[in-house]
Design a protein around this ligand. Sequence first.
Ligand code: FAD
Ligand code: NAP
Length: 320
Amino acid sequence: MHAVLPTAPVTGRVAESTLCTKGKSASYVRHVSVDVSGTPLEGKWLAGQSFGVVPPGTDANGKPHKVRLYSIASPSYGEDGHGKVLATTCKRLLAEREPQSEKDDPSDHRLFAGVCSNHVCDLRAGDPIAVAGPNGKRFLLPSDRDAHDYLFLATGTGVAPFRGFVHELFVGPPEGTPARAAWKPTRSKVHLVMGTPYTSDLLYDGFFRQVAKDHPDFGYHPVISRELRPDGGKGEYVHHYVDRTLPQFEGLLRSDRTLIYVCGLAGMQVGIFQTLAQRGLHAGYLDIHAELAGTDPKSWTTEQIKRRVHGTRRCMLEVY
Ligand code: FAD
Ligand code: NAP
């Protein structure tokens, strides 16, 4: 971690920037890859970590902008197979202004454009970008990948680390790279449940569908919250989908080989934890405080879950 500090970022070069939504989405999410060759970041990250971007210029107080973190969407061997190019999945923050504190004018609804996400999404191939990191030591694949099976639960850009994981587990480095010689596809079972508002917001959908087609041990489950389901049922969140289609996950969840990874919206763990506990599938994944033991998980408040229910070493959370 912290091979490059955000106070002294190094210069990478944008290698590629492409939209990674499925169709004509109202959101702009870009797969942005950055060549970090020749910097201390080269070969120094693992899939699941994040890296820092320091946007140019100064903030409203005249101070240099602070670093923002972005999940690495690449496998540990990089987009190139040599650990020289890393990528992220960057969503432009665009919204109408809303008061963030009491001193803000509630009638101000001009456009709010996030500083760093729009900087990253505006960059073109060849442009410089100030980067730091890597960051994060928990949201990683275990060193013995085949010793475990995996349930990956994502919302929106939270799918970024899972692109890296799935690549590393099933696709592998490009032929002819040194990393390819040491790589073997996993024999583990892996399921990815990915939630977005509309079908057009799905990210890397083509990639995940292709891996699922090529590898029967990989299950890809897009879950859409604001459209009717093909069976006519109403839209749902990832935990609703896991609950409704539980028979396909129950064996996986009951196995003591399984690791759960959750990445995306702050609060998405609440529904997931409740579902696991309600279905009696929490053993090994959740530490539930004595205060809640024996109570109906349906009655747990969000606050109780945040304070009193924690993931174990078999349940990795990256939500913000
Ligand atoms: P900023 O200019 O920093 O604006 C955001 C701030 O503005 C908010 O904190 C809020 O205080 C305020 N604000 C928000 N909405 C409004 C509004 N409507 N009106 C007024 N003020 C408002 N993002 C990705 O896109 N992809 C990733 O892979 C990713 N990975 C991350 C990994 C980690 C570990 C973390 C912590 C964050 C990650 N993020 C990711 C989020 C990212 O770091 C930035 O927070 C995000 O891009 C927004 O930054 P910004 O500079 O564009 O917005
Ligand atoms: P998005 O495209 O808006 O998708 C989010 C989906 O989750 C929507 O379908 C939404 O449904 C649904 N949802 C809302 N509340 C939920 C809940 N409580 N439980 C389960 N699902 C819920 O997502 P996005 O704009 O990309 O945002 C993704 C989030 O992930 C952001 O907050 C981002 O900061 C975070 N993220 C974190 C990391 C990290 O920590 N490493 C990395 C990348 C992204 P409705 O909108 O229809 O209600």
